[in-house]
Design a protein around this ligand. Sequence first.
Ligand code: 4AD
Ligand code: MG
Length: 477
Amino acid sequence: MKHTKVKDLLISTTTLQEVNAKGWVRTFRNNQFIALNDGSTINNIQCVVDFENTAEETLKRITTGAAVSVIGTLVESKGAGQKYEIQVQKLEILGDSDAEKFPMQPKKHSLEFLRENAHLRVRTNAFGAIMRVRSVLSFAVHKYFQEKGFVYVNTPIITGSDAEGAGEMFKVTALPFDNTPRTEDGKVNYKEDFFGKETNLTVSGQLEGETFAMALGQIYTFGPTFRAENSNTSRHLAEFWMIEPEVAFNDLDDNMDLAEDFIQYVIKYALDNCVDDLKFLEGRLLEEEKSKPQADRSEMPLLEKLNFVLENNFKRVSYTEAIDILRESTPNKKKKFNYIINEWGADLQSEHERYLVEKHFKCPVILFDYPANIKAFYMRLNEDGKTVRAMDILFPGIGEIVGGSEREERYDVLIEKMKALEIDEEELSWYLDTRRFGSATHAGFGLGFERLVLFVTGMTNIRDVIPFPRTPGNAEF
Ligand code: 4AD
Ligand code: MG
């Protein structure tokens, strides 16, 4: 007999003579009531076991974590909390679970403990919800761009260029660590390596993406990205997923419009398609907030916060205006910031970004026109000669969620910049070809997918929104 998903059973419009459900036991009460979950929904289906006619041996094996198959009648439930339940006629234990040893006991576990059990934490309500929301969001990303006619491009994961300057890179090598081949001056001889040159895991697909945008018009990437920076924060992963659209003939304003529209679309899609999961996560968050001091509590419940982002335009502010605001701010004057803002040109730390978003503007903010020397080489230089057409989108509780820019399309200006930064022209000659042959205005951005999932689920640590997080000192599983 084919089994039916719990999700579909729960939305049934009639009682059903014979149904089969398969899943994992969450709890077993009074030797009679199984709360069965199969991952299709946050909700369990109640399965009522006929304990008088079930062998004692079998009843003992209905333990938290066990995999079971039940066949029975879908009837209207007499108990509160569910419309339908299954009156079990036939129960089969598919896989036993040692109740004493099963780490996911039906009680509240700390997030740290759950991280150490990332292979089992997905069997909890919270992680089931987070991972379903993550899946729906990633579908929404593709749906948005595909509906707009963007071409999905798979840029390489192993890359020969290290000029993006986005962060430290992980080396990819097949050379031995003992007797590593060396050149005459003692350096590692990458000519003898697998690719005949030094290679790394990519920190961004942008440069390759640009070459495709300059042929296909509108493209996006969505893939894994690697950064070996030693930042052990709740916002950084060594392996994360990034979405990078790149559009020919777009300028910075178009880029901001696209980013804002895109983010609002995917959040709306999650709201429309993950109601149960988001409601659960909202409740979880409210519980958690109760244990925090008043000042640290978020001002809005999760669903209200998500709707707020949909209903309000992102505030667009230049870097220069932002510096003025920060310089005059109370935490700056009272020296509460770890990094005091004195001068125009200072790089913004996450404490400053969060002040702007959470305390000053109280809405998502797009900062643009940053000083050239704190941004990447490929960003278009403004007429003032000192700022570039960069944009960062800052979100409450998250800080930077998007980084992007209009690109420097002028060959001469780009070469000047690369010379000043001692970036190897030879190495990037393929990139420079886009400026040699039919160059045009273009722009793009990168959205950190996990930071988006953090925002939508209301979680606070990025390790909790990716299945198996990779961070400094941790590559378990
Ligand atoms: O600002 P970033 O470094 O921009 C780029 O890589 C550009 N090439 C994007 C482009 O213009 N096509 O990274 C983009 C976003 C950040 O805003 C942040 O959301 C996320 O990627 N991000 C990280 N997320 C998790 N862990 C990390 N270590 C991250 N580093 C960046
Ligand atoms: Mg950035």
